[in-house]
Design a protein around this ligand. Structure first.
Ligand SMILES: [Ca+2]
Length: 404
């Protein structure tokens, strides 16, 4: 924030009050005092208070939680993914002993592999369908449909119908977040670039139009077509060499994509390599087909292939931060058209909001633990999953329209 007091009259003892909007944590405040012929423009500036969010522990005892969401059924339950393969239920603030679903015998958990995505059908209360993503024991990026059981807190483990399965070459940056488009009802699948731990960091897949890695996919899983239908409006349905499932290309590990359910817009965080973490934005009217640049660009900066930088159109992020503020961005939830996200290293909680054509990212809390994801409940309360300590953190945000 920058403010010049050149239109304010000052004299000894004058107190200026300056609102920090939006509220944010401040690590440094730099004041430039300029002495002119007859007077001093600024003598002192103090931050009296900063109305930040408070973070409370809402639940504990989870094993490597990586995602949190709700079921669109107004049941006041939270569903938490444990990386090893379990979906746990938090009901009325109590973590249920019995998992909602236990896929630990079907899931590979090497390094970053595991059970990583969960999305409930918008008609879950009627059809009982929900979808998970995981890396299978035989190294397949897998998206499956499951069905609810007679007990609403325990799903049917034998109801698995594999929707999509394709080879995962690595042990991180695999199939990840699942999200239903609020306007089209289709399933969006965020897939990492298939990076192989300890091997050269750049894979060819994000720019390979025939590969499903390093992409966002869009498929129709509720049309009755088994295993799924390609939506006719997908951007590359008729493009030779392109997988028809593709919605967007050029991503490294888009962990925590999230829709704005009020507007239909989509936020796409993408983890950077050594320098930049980024957030991309698609308005609701987007036809898809964007190329988000990796590995030609890392954030807004050129990374590889100078020739491609000259010739190809790429979509650059609307916001980014450097590794001074973290190491890996984790999304994401949207409440009142504000995108909330965090970071796997420093555990800062951020918000991103649009004002006209500009974007403003603000730090609103320090959790100071490794955070694996940000999610929300049905009422718009924001949660963070503490990967290492097994806590679920609830964010009490003075600016959120809904708190409880
Ligand atoms: Ca990018």
């Amino acid at each position: 924030m920058w403010h010049r007091f050149d239109t304010d009259y000052s004299a000894d003892g004058t107190l200026f009050s300056l609102k920090i909007d939006p509220p944010q944590l401040v690590d440094y405040l730099r004041i430039l005092t300029t002495r002119t012929e007859g007077w001093v423009a600024i003598r002192e500036l103090r931050i009296v208070e900063s109305p930040l969010s408070t973070v409370l522990v809402a639940a504990s005892g989870l094993a490597e939680p990586v995602y949190i969401t709700h079921a669109n059924d107004k049941s006041d339950r939270l569903f938490v993914l444990e990386k090893e393969g379990r979906i746990r239920v938090i009901k009325d603030g109590i973590l249920s002993e019995t998992p909602f679903l236990d896929l630990s015998t079907r899931v590979d958990t090497t390094f970053h592999n595991g059970l990583l995505g969960l999305a409930f059908s918008s008609s879950y209360a009627q059809n009982g369908h929900f979808y998970v993503s995981y890396v299978s024991a035989d190294n397949q990026n897998t998206v499956s449909r499951f069905s609810a059981g007679p007990d609403p807190d325990i799903a049917d483990p034998d109801s698995e119908q594999v929707v999509l399965a394709f080879h995962h070459p690595g042990v991180n940056h695999s199939v990840g977040t699942l999200a239903f488009g609020p306007l089209d009802g289709h399933l969006y699948i965020a897939v990492g670039d298939g990076k192989v731990f300890n091997l050269p960091d750049v894979t060819p897949y994000p720019q390979d139009p025939g590969s499903l890695l390093g992409k966002i996919l869009r498929i129709d899983v509720e049309s009755g077509v088994i295993p799924y239908a390609i939506p006719p409006g997908n951007p590359f349905v008729d493009a030779p060499g392109y997988a028809p499932e593709l919605w967007a290309l050029g991503l490294r590990n888009p962990w925590g994509i999230a829709f704005d359910h009020q507007t239909g817009a989509l936020y796409i965080p993408d983890t950077g390599q050594h320098t930049i973490e980024e957030i991309n934005f698609q308005p609701a009217a987007s036809p898809g087909g964007q190329n988000y640049g990796w590995p030609i660009y890392e954030g807004p900066l050129p990374y590889l292939d100078a020739q491609a930088q000259q010739t190809e159109p790429f979509s650059l992020p609307v916001a980014h931060y450097s590794h001074a503020d973290g190491c890996a961005i984790v999304g994401g939830a949207v409440v009142d058209s504000v995108f909330y996200f965090s970071d796997a290293c420093l555990g800062l909680l951020w918000e991103l909001r649009q004002g006209g054509s500009a974007w403003m990212a603000s730090r609103i809390a320090k959790i100071e633990r490794p955070i694996s994801s940000i999610g929300r409940d049905h009422d718009g309360v924001i949660y963070a999953t503490g990967y290492a300590d097994g806590h679920i953190y609830r964010v009490v945000n003075p600016k959120c329209s809904t708190t409880k």
